[in-house]
Design a protein around this ligand. Structure first.
Ligand code: JFQ
Length: 291
């Protein structure tokens, strides 16, 4: 309250914490799945926190939402059917809606409170739900994917929270197998994949699971100052062989005619950032050998 610093640490990063000055708590409740908190920070705008973990801030959400959406979509010549797993704040939907080739945007979010809270406090993100192509499914993504037809999606984006809590199952092998089954041949999966500074073992596990399930697997990353260690990674996979070129945007964002219904400009992603995102530090290439 009024200037008290809030420290964010938890089993994912037990011995360090990032602190943000809290100007005012705007919302605090418990859903069926997690504690949901929204506060006005001193320098990052409003902040969404789930179970004590920062999910997004108004100031730097552009980096995460734009990269996790456009890295896959700009690697596919004409994406039509897209699925978002998680993403209840609507930010990824906002980014997908920039792609006029897209016809269907399915989203499966387990916690309705996240959607309601985003609509109330984060209209800049929740605007994504206003796109008429969006079809909202509230529930467990593994369940949703088991019922969805084989080979339906050009792209699947797993915009999850950390694998401690409701998102635990989203990093296990059976889930990746349901994802592979739901992708069209040549379709692309893009998963949130933690921090190269804090979680190389987790990244290694995720990459090795993906290698058993997909033919091509790549790691990309971006700066997000309010995520632990200030970076976040993405694992991009395809059921097709090496022919799939993740590293060059074959569907460059610069050529899109801005068909999106909202008027929000890109703030972070562009084709140079796309290419740069796949450049990896030596320690990561060494520790996650197959990259
Ligand atoms: N759509 C909001 C972002 C959700 N993903 C985040 C990835 C990094 C985590 N430490 C927190 C959630």
């Amino acid at each position: 309250k009024g200037g008290k610093a809030v420290y964010f640490n938890n089993p994912m990063w037990p011995v360090e914490a990032h602190s943000l000055k809290v100007e005012k708590v705007l919302f605090k409740d418990k859903s069926d799945f997690q504690e949901v908190l929204v506060f006005e920070s001193a320098t990052y705008g409003k902040v969404l926190v789930l179970d004590g973990i920062v999910q997004l801030t108004e100031k730097d959400e552009c980096a995460y939402q734009e990269m996790i959406a456009h890295l896959p979509l700009c690697s596919i010549s004409s994406p039509k059917n897209v699925l978002v797993v998680g993403g209840g704040d609507g930010g990824v939907l906002r980014e997908i809606s920039r792609h006029s080739s897209v016809e269907v945007i399915d989203i499966c979010e387990i916690d309705k409170m996240v959607i309601d809270v985003s609509k109330k406090f984060f209209p800049e993100l929740a605007v994504g739900f206003e796109d008429p192509r969006v079809q909202l499914h509230i529930g467990d993504a593994a369940e949703f994917l088991r019922k969805s037809p084989e080979g339906k999606y050009d792209a699947i984006i797993v915009d999850s929270s950390d694998p401690v809590g409701p998102a635990q199952a989203l990093v296990e092998k059976p889930f990746f197998e349901t994802l592979a089954r739901a992708l069209k041949p040549g379709g692309i999966l893009c998963n949130m994949a933690e921090s190269m500074w804090l979680h190389t073992h987790l990244i290694e596990d995720m990459i090795s699971i993906c290698r058993q399930t997909f033919k091509s697997v790549h790691y990309a990353w971006s700066s997000v100052p309010t995520y632990p260690s200030g970076v976040i990674g993405f694992v991009l996979c395809s059921t097709e062989g090496p022919a799939v070129d993740f590293k060059n945007p074959i569907n460059p964002i610069e050529k899109l005619d801005g068909a999106m219904p909202h008027k929000r400009e890109l703030k972070f992603y562009n084709s140079d950032m796309h290419r740069a995102a796949f450049a990896l530090p030596t320690f990561l290439k060494r520790e996650v050998g197959s990259l």
